[in-house]
Design a protein around this ligand. Structure first.
Ligand SMILES: Nc1ncnc2c1ncn2[C@@H]1O[C@H](COP(=O)(O)OP(=O)(O)O)[C@@H](O)[C@H]1O
Ligand SMILES: [Mg+2]
Length: 370
């Protein structure tokens, strides 16, 4: 039996999700043994948020934030070890995503701040990091990287399934009935909803979608939000806070001075839902099942908006959270990074060239030995 740990901290800047998994010799299925979530302190969140745009002395600030981030990662790993009773020497490797501060594949780079050397030093465990750069070096988007993992756990021959990960950004994996896989970022997930409710109600997110639920989506604003080049681009494509941020929203809101803040929240919720569903309908017309993961799965108003967005297409499609397949929506991304660490360790590829647009499948990540 081998044990791997996956650590994921995504564009929502909420904190770190970690899982500890076991994998039997000659098997490729992971068994989850423990999960842990460590939220970022307000200070770290503020530092990471500030680093999303360029500013004074950012090289120093990146290095400092990376060191703080690694302490949170280490804390998360210690919880996982405690929960399972495993010792560091029993863990084959940790797969750690790092914190994205820039995603610019069109310029040939993506930057996840991290200090994997420090993590290996603190924990005495092999650390595998920087999964995205090799895919970009091979001409890909470096994202999304989760589709290969989604295929391995959620794929079912003969059925067309779509896995939707709604973090800060949303991405889909289309698991076609014939075994082939497509995937790309569809646009915002929670990032704009989070920014808006923070600005107007000082809350990190719209818990359960309760605020959006009492508003009404504004059709003209919705149309303007959807009138963005990104949605017209064919895959492969990926995006981030580089494009979808509060200033992007505010530029468009200038045309609607009378709109209430709650109606903006309702519009943002429908915007996420419709852009996800339209991407699915165009690229997976024969979809039968949609499984949602990421924090967005806990937003009931968003889940209802996704179901509603399918209605005009008269497809016979079920929309559920990945919970119905036995995987908590919170754990899917961290599991993917445990799986990518396993793939690295086996010298197996982690990307799907058709998804990212890379020249081929590549072994992803760099090893920092214990
Ligand atoms: N109970 C909830 N109700 C509504 N939204 C939620 C809830 N729990 C999490 N979320 C949303 O999910 C986000 C975190 O999702 P996550 O999958 O961790 O994204 P990321 O990978 O970008 O960090 C939060 O910022 C919030 O918008
Ligand atoms: Mg998160």
């Amino acid at each position: 039996m081998r044990y791997y740990i996956g650590l994921m901290s995504g564009t929502s800047l909420d904190g770190v999700d970690g899982v500890l998994v076991a994998i039997g010799d000659g098997e490729s299925r992971l068994k989850q043994l423990a999960a842990s979530y460590v939220p970022f302190s307000p200070d770290l969140r503020t530092s990471l948020f500030a680093l999303q745009i360029s500013g004074f002395d950012e090289i120093h600030r990146v290095a400092q934030a990376a060191n703080q981030l690694v302490l949170v990662y280490a804390n998360c790993v210690l919880h996982l070890l405690k929960n399972t009773g495993l010792a560091p020497e029993q863990i084959t490797a940790i797969g750690v995503h790092g914190q994205t501060v820039r995603h610019r594949p069109e310029f040939g780079y993506t930057t996840q701040i991290n200090n994997p050397a420090l993590l290996a030093e603190l924990l005495d465990i092999d650390v595998i990091a920087d999964f995205r750069s090799r895919d970009i070096a091979a001409g890909g988007q470096g994202a999304p990287l989760v589709p290969a993992f989604h295929r391995s756990v959620f794929g079912q021959p003969g059925a067309t399934r779509v896995v939707v990960n709604i973090g800060g950004i949303s991405n889909i994996s289309i698991l076609h009935a014939d075994g082939s896989t497509d995937g790309f970022d569809t646009g915002p997930g929670n990032v704009l909803m989070d920014a808006w409710i923070m600005q107007h109600k000082a809350q990190a997110f719209d818990s359960n979608g309760d605020w959006a639920r009492i508003g009404t989506a504004h059709p003209q604003l919705l149309a303007m939000l959807k009138d963005e080049d990104f949605f017209r681009q064919p895959p492969p494509k990926s995006t981030g806070r580089d494009l979808f941020h509060l200033a992007w929203l505010e530029q468009r809101l200038m045309y609607f001075p009378g709109i209430s803040t709650v109606d903006v929240q309702a519009t943002l919720c429908v915007f996420t839902a419709q852009t996800v569903v339209e991407a699915i309908v165009v690229h997976a017309a024969d979809v039968q099942q949609v499984y949602v993961c990421g924090g967005g799965a806990y937003n009931a108003t968003l889940m209802e908006a996704i179901k509603a967005a399918f209605l005009p297409y008269h497809l016979n499609v079920c929309v559920d959270s990945t919970e119905v397949l036995g995987v908590s929506p919170n754990h899917v991304e961290a599991l993917a990074f445990a799986w990518l660490a396993y793939r690295h360790n086996e010298r197996q590829s982690g990307n799907i060239a058709q998804v990212t647009g890379a020249a081929g499948e590549r072994i992803l990540g760099a090893l920092y030995p214990r």
